[in-house]
Ligand binder design. Sequence first.
Ligand code: E4P
Length: 219
Amino acid sequence: MEFFIDTADVNEIAELVETGLVDGVTTNPSLMAKTGQSYQDTLAAICDLVDGPVSAEVTALEPEAMLQEGRHLSKIAENIVVKVPLTWNGLRACKMLRDEAIQVNVTLCFSASQALLAAKAGATYISPFVGRLDDLGQNGMELIRVISEIYGQYKHSLQTKILVASVRSPLHVVEAARLGAQVVTVPAKVLKQMAQHPLTDKGLEAFLKDWAKTGQSIL
Ligand code: E4P
């Protein structure tokens, strides 16, 4: 399973890349706005830090304008993946961008029918938003299960990877892995939470207390 980081914060990305746990980055207009920095410069800086895919979202709404923006964004670096929303026009832009061999992440997916269309349009990634569905009292992970089942039926003809987005907790990540999703994009906080367990902390404390009693040191 690949781990992408869901942030546009260059410093945060730089810190996490050092761990070797980061396979890519996803950004969106809201994350970009939070940085207060130039869109293009921020994307270029992220692409310098990360070898893997970096998603950059278009903001136009018409297919031709999305295509123009997508072409422009894709020139920032080789690892840019153009993100388009899962609208009718977004699907049309996806097809046009894929015809030019530009990688596309179709975002804001909330249903299996949308995911099916994105795959037909040649999306490189489909981003179902599990957390936002949970927020509405629906089951976000159930959507991942259904998309995974559908894509699995056509695995020889559909190449689209499931990129689980809008992740709120380590449980989302574990469930996504159990369902075989190829990618999960997580905020830095969730990635760090994944390493935590109170019994690990308690066990370490006891080990160090006992070790101190020996009066020895390893080096
Ligand atoms: C990533 O591609 C999405 O834009 C992101 O995961 C959305 O997360 P949110 O629902 O926490 O805003």
